[in-house]
Each structure stands twice: as structure tokens, then as C-alpha cells.
Design a protein around this ligand. Structure first.
Ligand SMILES: [Zn+2]
Length: 284
């Protein structure tokens, strides 16, 4: 059997005799056969960059003139170069939920780990990003704005389910992409509870993670998210995820339209070198 570096779908990592299954979302009718078993070095001093994307597409001439769209959009060619770089350099692709579970449960993670996340639920995530993820056996997590299902340029339920069967995980990005810190409590609860309910009903699985729209959160948002049944919340910025991180203030590393491969390399290796430094530092 050919074991490919970067192969993540259904990869089993053996930790002290206990199999830890990552990116194991079923294919087709379910129960995808295990594609590979490989041993990778694990660490309890991990530092995992959780990459934050939005659109994966080529810009139209009109979009080219918008600084916001240029910032939000990574071209498919750049995205493929980035995913290929990760695969060729032996990174283990994790879902956001794999990372937050390791933080909450104090479990180790592969030394050279990465997670790809995409916010808002753009249709290009299916049309452009998903074939690239499949090509390199990578997984990713999409944070969905549930009011946007089936809108033009946004994901349909059919696309979401197809990607779920191909290893994509999901989290909530609220119902309307509202600034959660600016809402009265009844609206805040609605954004948190209803988006979770809609995703769980459609996907048939529990949604544990929320990404705060525009990265905006405060103590009330965290308390209500916890009350709604979430186990983790993702913000923007803050570097790689390290052990002991606060589960409702997990950091992400933004990949922008202007991020070139040299910048990208710095972002993805930041975790590995942080981990090496953590491990080298004397314990106190
Ligand atoms: Zn967003």
C-alpha cells in the first residue's frame, strides 16, 4: 500500500497503543474504509496554526477594484499551491473540532499539524476549494452562516452534504453574521441556538464549534455560547493554538488574498517552531 505524506482522510494515528482517529468523516453512505495507517510523532507541547480563509476564487474585474474582496479572496491557484505545500511537507490536516477537543481533553496532537477553516459558506468552497482538498487528501472545516443556505454564490445543502461525505467538517458562524457583542440577549441566543439547530438537523451530527462573526466576542457571548451547548469558540488572529488555550477564545491565523507563498510558509511553520521552543524550554 502506498502511504502518502499529508494523507489525512481516515488516517489513524497511534498514540500509546490507543488509536486516535482524525479527519475520519465518512465517505459516501458512510464508513469509509481506513485508507492508511501511519505513525507520526505526537506532542503535548503542540502549536497548531488554524488557518482562516473565506473565498477561494478568481476575482472578477469589478471585484478586483474592491479592497475588501481582494482581502477575502484567495485564488484557486494560490490555494492549491498552499495545500500542496502542506501535503508535500508532511503536515497532518486536522478539523477545527480535532484541535479544540485536544485542548479541552489535554490530548497530544501530531507535531506538524495544520487546520484549514473557511468562513461564511461561499459556493466557491465547493466548486473551487473542495476538489483541491480532495486531490491532496486534505480536510477542512467550514463555518456556516445558516441564513445563507441556497442563496446565490453561497453553498446549498446538497453541496454541504457532499463535502461532509468527503471529509469536510462544519461549525456555526451564526444565523445572520451579526456582531454578537451588539445584540440583546434574546437575539444573541437566537443566533447561537438556531444556527446550531439548523446545522445539526441537516448534518445529523452534533455541532461543537462556533466562529464569532468578524471575530467579535465578549464575556456574555462566551457565556451564552456555552449555555447553547457549544464546546469551543474561534476568534481571528492570535497565532497557533497551544495547550491550555481558553476553549472559547481559540486563535486562528488569517490567510489573505495578498498572502504569497513566502508569507504562507512563515504562517504554517510558526506552529512547528513554537512547539520546538516550548519543548526546549525548561519546565517551571
Ligand atoms: Zn464571517
Amino acid at each position: 500500500m502506498r502511504v502518502r505524506h499529508g494523507l489525512m482522510l481516515a488516517a489513524i494515528l497511534v498514540v500509546a497503543g490507543m488509536p486516535l482517529v482524525l479527519c475520519d468523516r465518512p465517505i459516501g453512505a458512510g464508513n469509509r474504509p481506513v485508507a492508511a495507517v501511519r505513525q507520526v510523532p505526537m506532542t503535548s507541547a503542540y502549536a497548531v496554526p488554524v488557518l482562516m480563509y473565506h473565498r477561494i476564487d478568481d476575482l472578477s474585474p469589478r471585484e478586483e477594484r474592491s479592497p475588501l474582496m481582494r482581502d477575502l479572496t484567495v485564488s484557486p491557484a494560490e490555494f492549491e499551491a498552499q495545500v500542496r505545500y502542506l501535503a508535500e511537507n508532511g503536515f497532518t490536516f486536522l478539523l477545527a473540532s480535532d484541535v479544540e477537543r485536544a485542548v479541552r481533553e489535554g490530548q497530544p496532537l501530531p507535531e506538524r499539524s495544520i487546520a484549514i477553516t473557511m468562513d461564511d459558506g461561499y459556493k466557491d468552497n465547493f466548486e473551487k476549494a473542495f476538489p483541491i482538498l480532495q486531490k491532496y487528501h486534505a480536510c477542512a472545516t467550514i463555518f456556516m452562516v445558516t441564513n445563507n443556505f441556497d442563496k446565490p454564490d453561497r453553498l446549498s445543502w446538497g453541496e454541504v452534504l457532499t463535502m461532509r461525505d468527503g471529509g469536510v467538517g462544519y461549525g456555526s458562524h451564526t444565523v445572520t453574521h451579526a456582531d454578537l457583542t451588539a445584540l440583546p440577549q434574546d437575539r444573541l441566543d437566537y443566533e447561537l441556538v438556531e444556527s446550531k439547530r439548523v446545522l445539526e438537523r441537516g448534518l445529523g451530527s452534533v455541532i461543537t464549534d462556533i466562529a464569532y462573526p468578524s471575530g467579535e466576542y465578549n464575556d456574555v457571548v462566551i457565556e451564552r455560547a456555552r449555555a447553547a451547548g457549544y464546546l469551543a469558540g474561534w476568534k481571528k488572529g492570535g497565532g497557533p493554538v497551544q495547550p491550555g488555550a481558553e476553549a472559547f477564545m481559540l486563535p486562528r491565523v488569517r490567510v489573505r488574498g495578498v498572502t504569497d507563498l513566502a508569507d504562507f510558509r512563515k504562517k504554517v511553520w510558526s506552529g512547528y517552531w513554537t512547539m520546538r521552543m516550548n519543548r526546549a524550554a525548561p519546565s517551571v
